[in-house]
Each structure stands twice: as C-alpha cells, then as structure tokens.
Design a protein around this ligand. Structure first.
Ligand code: NDP
Ligand code: ZN
Length: 351
C-alpha cells in the first residue's frame, strides 16, 4: 500500500509499505477524508518527539471499515467511522486510572503519526476498534467531519483543563483551529468575556463567530499587559493556551488572577524549560495552577462531540478553509499547514 510519510526529521515523501494485519480487537480502515495537523509539522520539521523513519503521517480523518477482528462487536466492513487522533489501549491501568491518553506510558495513547503509521495511506490499522472508532452520524458533511478527530476534542479539552465555570473571564492564547475550538468550548461552558489572541484575519473572524468578545494582537504588545488592561488590572479567571511557545507561559501566569487556572493543549515543539515568573506566581503561593494535557481520545468523546455537530450546536464550517479532492493532494495540504498562509485555518483532502 501507498502512504505519505515522515522519512526522517525534516523530510517527507511517498512510500510503499505492507498493509497492516488485523488483530482480534482491531480494524483495518481506508480513509474517506483526512486533514493534516500542526502536530505533524512539529513532529516532522521540529523533530519534537525525536527521530522517526518512514512513518506514515496523519491522525485526523473519517474512514470506511474494511476488516474487523473476530472480537469486534460494534463495527463491520462497510461502516463509515470517525477516527480519533488518540486511540488508547482501554484495558490499560492508566485508562482505569482516568488517563487513557497515557495508556502504557506518557502520550502513548497517541499512536497515529507518533508511534505507528497514520491515516495518510491506502489503509490503516486501528487498535481496540470498539473503544476507539465512532460511527459517523448520518448526514454529516464528509468535509467537516475530520475536525472531530482532533480539533474539536483538543480545543474542548483545553476548556476542561482550564476548568471553565459560568461567568469566567477567559483568555484563549492562539486561535488556529485548536484555539478556535477552545473558544467554542469555553463559550459552551459559560464563559463571560473571551479574550482571543491571534492575528490572521480568517482566524479572528472565526473567533468572533465562536464566541470571542475581544481580540488581542500578540504582535502589538505583551499579551498579559493587554489582558490586564481589559480586566482593569484584575486578571483573567482562566487561560487556555493553544498557540505560542515555551515563553507563552509567563504571559499566561502574568495575565491570571490569584486562584486562576491555565489549561494548555499547545504542543511545545522546541525549548527546554518553561519559565514561570516568580513574582507574578505569588512567589510560589499565588494559587495559579497549570494543567497541560493530550486530548483524551476514544469513542465516547467522539460520539458526544459529534452529537453537538449533528444537532447544530457546533458549526464546523468556518474551520475548513481549503478542500482538495484526491489522495495525491495530501502533500500540498500538509505544506499548507506548515506554511500557514493568511487565509488558512484548516485544509481537508477528500479521497
Ligand atoms: P495554528 O498554528 O494554526 O495556530 C496557532 C495560533 O497561535 C495562531 O492563532 C497564532 O496566531 C498564535 N500564535 C503564534 N505565535 C504566538 C505567540 N508567540 N503568542 C501568542 N499566540 C501565538 O495551530 P493549531 O491551532 O493547528 O494547533 C495549536 C497547537 O495545538 C499546536 O501546537 C498543535 O500541535 C497542538 N495540538 C495539540 C493537541 C493535543 O492533544 N494537546 C492535538 C492537536 C494539536 P496568528 O494568527 O498570528 O497565526
Ligand atoms: Zn492533530
């Protein structure tokens, strides 16, 4: 089978590989629509999780099941499914402890395009099919559905990690597709003011659509100073980080009021340490907490989030700015994600 792969750090290309075999609890699927992710960019061009050789990329998409193992109960060949980016081993102790995304080791629930071949392929393998696949709801737009694999669950997880409560003033740093879904998630959880940080016009327009009340341009001054000015010096109740670098944390701490919480879903591709400003962290006693997390993945989350889309509470249309038809366009779509032209939020390739 053919796939578009990370050949080594900094290099991508088409490769041929053996089709994976299907274990008793697994499924083999063929993609119907796929989308590249900024995480693929960190992995390939920053080498953020280390060297990978000839690993097929991609972890966002919808697919058709072509084969299932003999123990799979709820899926059969021909079923159309949403594939979560994170596919934990649900019988692991970590999953029983509530951290399925770290099943069998930190971040090990993130398999596609990290520790095994991903979706940019003729066929791909899914572990624990009953626990990880979700039936694609009837009538769902095939072009928009791939946003449910990673963008929606990750952005919404940012809102969970920041523990958004009714009436919170929330700062969302980064309004690419992940940050936009963090804005939407914070809005649904009852945030009052949502201060959205970003510059690309397509993104700022979409941020307003999803519930941002004010915009902050990080290129025109410090984020924390602008957030403090907007909150009359009090600081925000919560911060969701979905963009920026290791240096963004000091801005988040400075913008936060005592007792506030930070939820980070940003993938820190480079830098060795995160700086926490001593004074603004209350010299260690400010009750400003930091939570960072990989999105949980799995079937239940996919089904619950897709319900929001099916009933019209979450409109994914603003996220998909570029659509391609044909497998061969995967490379072009990935480079769009790397180069981030001004009019891009997210590309999708229909196969
Ligand atoms: P994008 O690159 O599309 O968006 C990044 C956003 O951050 C943009 O709004 C950008 O602004 C803004 N930004 C860039 N630099 C700064 C800065 N110095 N200070 C403040 N804001 C800044 O990324 P995505 O939305 O696709 O992904 C966001 C992150 O989430 C990535 O790191 C990705 O790898 C990660 N991720 C994490 C997952 C998880 O499970 N935790 C899953 C999926 C993705 P501008 O408008 O100027 O471009
Ligand atoms: Zn992703």
């Amino acid at each position: 089978m053919k796939g578009f792969a990370m050949l080594k750090i900094g290099e991508v290309g088409w490769i041929e590989k053996e089709k994976a075999t299907c274990g008793p609890m697994d499924a083999i699927c063929r993609p119907l629509a796929i989308s590249p992710c900024t995480s693929d960019v960190h992995t390939v061009w920053e080498g953020a999780v280390g060297e990978r050789h000839n690993m097929i990329l991609g972890h966002e998409g919808i697919a058709e099941v072509v084969e299932v193992g003999e123990l799979v109960k709820d899926f059969k060949p021909g079923d159309k499914v949403i594939v979560p980016a994170i596919t934990p081993d649900w019988n692991s102790l970590e999953a029983q402890g509530g951290y399925a995304m770290h099943s069998h080791g930190i971040l090990q629930g993130w398999k596609f395009s990290n520790t095994k071949d991903g979706l940019f392929s003729d066929f791909f393998h899914v572990n624990d099919a009953d626990g990880n696949l979700a039936h694609l709801p009837k009538g769902m737009d095939l072009k928009l559905a791939p946003m449910l694999s990673d963008m929606v669950p990750t952005g919404f997880h940012g809102a969970e990690l920041a523990d958004i409560q009714y009436g919170d003033n929330v700062l969302v740093i980064g309004i690419g597709p992940v940050g936009l879904m963090a804005v939407a998630g914070a809005n649904m959880k009852g945030a009052a003011h949502i201060y959205a940080v970003g510059t690309r016009p397509k993104c700022t327009e979409a941020a307003k659509f999803y519930g941002a009340t004010e915009l902050i341009n990080y290129k025109e001054g410090s984020i924390s100073e602008q957030a403090l000015a907007l909150t009359k010096g009090v600081g925000v109740d919560k911060v969701i980080i979905a963009g920026g670098t290791v240096d963004t944390f000091s801005e988040a701490i400075k913008a936060l009021r005592p007792g506030g919480k930070i939820g980070n879903v940003n993938y820190l591709g480079s830098g060795d340490t995160i700086e926490i400003p001593r004074l603004e962290w209350g010299v260690g006693m400010g009750h400003k907490s930091i939570n960072g997390g990989l999105m949980p993945g799995g079937r239940l989350r996919m089904e619950r989030l897709s319900r929001l889309v099916s009933i019209g509470k979450l409109d994914l249309a603003p996220l998909v700015t570029h659509t391609f038809e044909g497998f061969d366009h995967i490379e072009e779509a990935l480079y769009l994600m790397k180069d981030k032209p001004k009019d891009l939020i997210k590309p999708v390739v229909l196969i």
